[in-house]
Design a protein around this ligand. Sequence first.
Ligand code: SF4
Ligand code: FES
Length: 253
Amino acid sequence: MSEKGMNLTLKIWRQKDSKSKGKMETYPVTNISEHMSFLEMLDVLNEQLVEEGKEPVAFDHDCREGICGMCSLHINGEAHGPDRRVTTCQLHMRMFNDGDTIHIEPWRAKAFPVIKDLIVDRSAFDRIQHAGGFISVNTSGNTIDANAIPIEKEDADEAFNAATCIGCGACVASCKNASAMLFVGAKISQFSLLPQGQVEAKNRALNMVKQMDLEGFGNCTNTGACEVQCPKGISLDNIARMNRDFLSASVKK
Ligand code: SF4
Ligand code: FES
């Protein structure tokens, strides 16, 4: 195995704050190992910038294990980059070649304003969750054991699949309409498939969809780009289920 690393040219969006106009800046990085993650490669760049007395590039990250949903980069025009079913923190530099130019931008959506460089404000997702992404649980001391409630295996599996959504926002960033329907569909489905989710089912669908619209996300036109770019493989079926729940809640109003 060759020990020689890759030399790359990075074109990175720099933006001082939400009010400033941003622009792409060019940075060379050298000797990048194919075993590094994309974020480790950015760490190398930032160390280099600090040594040069320049401001490092701001980007979101936390767990670096594909769990927290913080990392969020648009890499060469794709949310989370060229690999599939991985977050940016799990993307490896072996997906790139020596001499490549890599374009790195923040998520682009009206509802996700840029805070600084590659960091966007995703609090719109929090507000959608607050509008209905919860269940009422009896915590009085005589709580029914969840295992005592029989649930169809198929429903349990689908609810768990929906629950793997990490709220990263790649679905919004990859949609030409900046629609948040895959995220909201997943967050509604994880409850609507289970008996524990039925108490608030009607208000949940109505309130979460209302908040989604208030936040300025676009409409779904069934392009399916969100499903392709979603690092957790959240299925479009969740959007159909959300639409059914919303329609039936609207009719029963
Ligand atoms: S649906 Fe997928 S892409 Fe969208 S927020 Fe959830 S994990 Fe991220
Ligand atoms: S840093 Fe947590 S999912 Fe990427």
